[in-house]
Design a protein around this ligand. Structure first.
Ligand code: FAD
Length: 542
């Protein structure tokens, strides 16, 4: 840590001056590098970098399809040591070049790009491991329990497959599994399990990380803990994750999956909040096992007349019921769908229906609008894949995705509903993609980690997961900007998840003064030449 021997304000001002100078130096140098191609042909050949048009073009795209920045070169590493050596070369260069790791490139605003720098394509590491039959996912048993040692380049879908073969699985997931371990741990990794098990960053025991100095460091909450906490949720700013040790638990076999419809937002959120509070608490005095009575997954979404009731995230409602749901949506303009899941196996199979019934007692959903399915655990976790494959076959997957993901304090969610869902969205009346909304418990997040969340004990995540045409994405972008402006004007303390900001002021606000200060200190400590993840546009002008 930078030693703090000056009075806090003086120290902070000096730190800010240093950082501002560094940013402008790197910014200028990055431009210099862009213009003059300081990444020399010698360096390109020494590190076997690719600079053919096809490689550069594919590294200049991401899932968002809104931002395109050409790197100077692309790197296909064969080992973590290859990556460390590249970072070291940059760190020791008179003028460093920027380096971005590309997991799956499923960011939406160029976060994994490096204009004029080098993009490290982690897919190459996966392919290298596959061709050598070398496992980048190893399930290990120790006295304390199971854990998985997984490569930063591994896909969560592969982690699930390997772990489930051994009868175990991580407890916390994302909705979609074709994302890399390094990519989601750089953000948070959230889904309907987060209220109970925390985000994915909270299930990591240990990591191997390459810092911005090119050093390969093993870190955990006990060893090199500053780096460990910095990297988790750290937007790729402090190090490149090459291995993560993830907690694993016995995997359930089956899932009872339920959807309930509401026309009243207040009742919907009250029920969501009640359900996430049954978490590590007994449901009634006769229960001995807290875990058995709680749900394992709580999410929610909007159904609006601008969008279809089934979407790529999952098709759930039986066809025969579509007409009555659509007529209800027309009548109310907006419905709220609560989505729940409870895991079970052979031992708990006989009780699952009764337990679910107990959990749903007293909820205020619309009578007759209860839907359920029983599916395997793997099918449930991989529920988004079939929608993706369908869209891919229709060439609708690689379209622009002007997404907006927000965290909203519980105390302001009603204002958000009236100002955003019932005003901005209605008024603009553009076709929406899925809009997700579900609450999480702040207590499940470790405040030492870099991820920035609202101050309240319960906060909501709202995800506007739009797909658009190449000619109309700006209408969605304008809607997103209006939502952010509304929140700002109304004093709703939103934070972006998967953030993208263009000014230092916005980043400072995003983290809040204390966290921002820690973020700056950690940047100076672990990536002092501002080499890593320029596409986040925090310390680099990109
Ligand atoms: P990339 O987009 O490649 O990289 C993201 C950032 O992380 C970049 O800054 C990159 O440089 C950095 N990075 C990548 N790998 C590493 C590494 N090994 N070490 C250090 N830094 C690294 N998120 C959720 O939380 N929950 C969801 O349910 C969810 N669903 C999604 C569904 C879809 C269809 C999509 C497209 C995205 C979804 N996301 C979700 C968002 C997703 O978690 C982020 O976009 C994540 O960054 C994507 O991972 P990636 O492997 O593609 O990372």
């Amino acid at each position: 840590m930078v030693e703090n021997y000056l009075p806090a304000p003086t120290y902070f001002i000096l730190l800010l001056i240093t950082i501002t100078r560094l940013i402008s130096t790197v910014g200028n140098k990055t431009e210099h590098l862009n213009n003059n191609s300081l990444l020399s042909s010698d360096l390109i050949s020494r590190h076997n970098l690719l600079d053919d048009p096809e490689s550069l073009e594919s590294a200049s795209r991401d899932f968002g399809n809104l931002v395109h920045h050409l790197p100077r070169a692309v790197f296909h590493p064969r080992s973590p040591q290859d990556i460390a050596s590249l970072v070291k070369t940059s760190y020791e260069s008179p003028v460093p070049f920027t380096i971005s790791v590309r997991g799956q490139g499923h960011s939406t605003r160029g976060q994994a790009m490096a204009r004029g720098g080098v993009v490290v394509d982690m897919r190459a590491l996966r392919e290298e491991n596959n061709s050598n039959k070398k496992k980048n996912i190893r399930v290990i048993w120790r006295e304390e329990g199971y854990y998985g040692d997984v490569g930063g380049e591994a896909l969560w879908a592969d982690v699930l497959r390997e772990a489930a073969e051994m009868g175990v699985a991580p407890a916390s997931w994302t909705d979609y599994l074709y994302l890399t371990v390094g990519g989601t741990l750089s953000n948070g990794g959230i889904s309907g399990q987060s209220f109970k098990y925390g985000p994915q960053i909270s299930i990591v025991h240990e990591m191997d990380v390459i810092t911005g100095k090119g050093e390969l460091v093993t870190c955990s909450s006990h060893t090199n803990s500053e780096l460990f906490h910095a990297v988790l949720g750290g937007l790729g700013q402090f190090g490149i994750i090459t291995r993560a040790r993830i907690a694993l638990h016995p995997a359930p076999k089956m899932v009872k999956w339920v959807r309930l419809l509401y026309n009243d937002f207040s009742a919907f959120t009250k029920d969501q909040e009640r359900l996430i509070s049954i978490n590590g608490r007994k449901h009634n005095n006769n229960d001995n096992n807290d875990d058995n009575v709680a749900l394992d997954y709580v999410e929610g979404m909007l159904l609006m007349h601008q969008g279809p009731i089934n979407n790529w995230r999952s098709s759930f409602f039986p066809l025969a019921d579509h007409p009555r749901i659509i007529s209800l949506v027309t009548q109310h303009s907006i419905l709220y769908c609560l989505e729940l899941a409870k895991y079970y196996d052979e031992k708990s199979e006989n009780n699952v229906d009764k337990e679910m019934q107990g959990l749903l007692e007293g909820l205020s959903y619309m009578p007759g609008f209860y839907y359920e399915k029983k599916v395997s655990y793997v099918e449930f976790l991989n529920r988004v894949r079939s929608g993706e494959l369908k869209l891919q076959s229709q060439r609708q997957w690689d379209v622009p995705h002007p997404w907006l993901n927000l965290f909203i304090p519980k105390s302001q969610i009603m204002d958000f509903d009236s100002g955003v869902f019932k005003n901005i969205i209605f008024r603009r009346n553009i076709t929406t993609g899925p809009v997700l909304i579900y609450p999480m418990n702040r207590s499940k997040w470790d405040k030492r980690m870099s991820a920035s969340i609202p101050e309240e004990d319960i906060f909501y995540t709202v995800g506007f997961l739009h797909s658009s045409g190449f000619d109309n994405w700006k209408a969605f972008d304008a809607q997103n900007k209006e939502i952010l402006k509304f929140c700002n004007d109304a004093g709703i303390k939103v934070k972006q998840y998967l953030p993208h900001y263009s000014t230092q002021e916005d980043w400072t606000k995003h983290f809040g003064p204390n966290k921002w200060r820690t973020f700056l200190e950690r940047k100076l400590q672990f990536d002092p030449r501002m080499i890593l993840s320029p596409g986040q546009r925090i310390f680099n002008k990109d």
